[in-house]
Ligand binder design. Structure first.
Ligand code: CTP
Length: 402
């Protein structure tokens, strides 16, 4: 149900706009209050009278009423809404969203809205595949817009392919499930490790790795969004957090990360270890900068503590421990061995074989491997969506543990 949820329905000028009438009815049927916002082009496809009658609210298109001069505030509309759903989304409005081209009420409202935004793109298949459209889609997605992918089928052009707007019922289901999941981790506490660790060689040099921290930060964000109190222990990254439910604990080395994780672990019921911890550190850290002397320099390395294994040993019934693994070969067998050694409840496997997955980039393609050998594979997705899949799995397993 969407009882008492306030939904702003944005309609842009595409043939799929006729389906927005059904989407509006779907929202109303599920108990939502709906206000409709249209681009000027959308009015050629579907009548405001129909939409106003079904929503029991005036329909907005212009910045002001031409008869009375009454101002339609995009700020107020954005603040009113619990969710802004733009369906259909044309390539034109998508581009305006990506580049802040605020030349109509719908786009200005998008730019000032603080609520979650969902879009259901609809266009011809070749347009949808065009790199410019895909790039704009990527831009808005990375800024947190929830993209409801178009489906494959017959298109208005007579061609057949990917570009049909998702069905109204499916869009309403996605919005509804977003709200129902919203606070499903209230009362829970979670620890997340993220980023690389730096192991000092001397005061100015270190051994590190290319981890950006994006995956771990996205997981922390998703856990917090769903109501958990999150302790995010992160190695050096350029990322920041701005969420009162996330306490960022910055560390540099594996030993510091270990000390913080050991301190916090007893108080949490969820731990997700996404950090790329350096397995070794220099045996000695020089107190002054090492000068170049000979043609060779030997740095002896010693093993770092295994944070995951250490938490795995202390894990209590009721606590969930989730790890990551990056494998190049014998993926499942190696992952299973790690699950056993570190006492993970499941492992998120990144495969280096997949293009677009892994370090430093915004997308990831993962599989979950469970202690009994079960495997769940996922498509290549932006990291925030991968984080959602991981947290969905956590919630499922917490319910089973109860
Ligand atoms: N991990 C950890 N502490 C370490 C090393 C790893 O907590 N010192 C965690 C990582 O955060 C990750 C998982 O353990 O969740 C990865 O295990 P690891 O054995 O390091 O995986 P790989 O780096 O893939 O290891 P290997 O080089 O042995 O394949």
């Amino acid at each position: 149900m969407l009882k008492d949820k306030k939904i702003l329905l944005g309609i842009t000028g595409g043939i799929a706009a006729y389906k927005s009438v059904y989407l509006l009815r779907e929202f109303v049927k599920r108990g939502a209050q709906v206000k409709v916002l249209m681009t000027p082009m959308a009015r050629d496809f579907v009548g405001p009278l129909t939409l106003a009658s079904l929503s029991h609210n005036p329909v907005f298109t212009d910045f002001f009423d031409h008869e009375t001069g009454q101002w339609h505030s995009h700020v107020d509309l954005g603040l009113w809404a619990d969710a802004f759903v733009i369906a259909p989304l044309t390539a034109n409005t998508m581009a305006k969203m990506a580049y802040a081209q605020a030349d109509n009420l719908l786009v200005t409202t998008y730019l000032s809205a603080r609520c979650p935004v969902f879009v259901a793109p609809a266009m011809d298949l070749d347009m949808y595949c065009h790199p410019a459209v895909q790039q704009n889609l990527q831009i808005i997605r990375q800024r947190g817009v929830h993209v409801i992918e178009p489906t494959e089928g017959e298109l208005a052009s007579g061609l057949s392919g990917k570009g049909r707007m998702a069905e109204p019922q499916d869009i309403a289901d996605i919005v509804e499930s977003f709200f129902s999941k919203q606070k499903d981790l209230a009362g829970h506490k979670a620890l997340v490790t993220a980023g690389p660790t730096y192991e000092m060689i001397d005061p100015v040099r270190f051994i590190g790795n290319f981890s950006s921290g994006k995956m771990g930060f996205a997981i922390a964000q998703e856990l917090a969004r769903r109501g958990a109190k999150v302790y995010l222990i992160s190695g050096p990254t350029s990322l920041t957090v701005n969420d009162p439910n996330i306490e960022l604990i910055p560390v540099i080395s594996a030993r510091e990360m270990h000390a913080q994780a050991d301190r916090i672990f007893p108080a949490v019921d969820i731990a997700v270890l996404a950090a790329a911890v350096a397995d070794y550190r220099p045996a000695e850290q020089a107190q002054t900068k090492i000068k170049k002397t000979g043609d060779e320099l030997m740095i002896r390395l010693v093993k770092n503590p295994d944070i995951a294994a250490s938490l795995g040993q202390k894990k209590r019934p009721g606590q969930l421990l989730i790890g990551f693994a990056l494998e190049t070969d014998n993926e499942t067998a190696n992952a299973m061995e790690k699950i056993r050694k570190k006492n993970f409840d499941f492992i998120v496997l990144n495969s280096l074989r997949d293009k677009g997955a892994g370090f430093g980039i915004d997308t990831n393609k993962v599989s979950f491997i469970f202690p009994d050998g079960e495997r769940k594979d996922f498509a290549l997705k932006p990291k925030p969506e991968v984080a959602r899949d991981i947290v969905d799995q956590v919630v499922l397993m917490l319910k089973k543990k109860k």
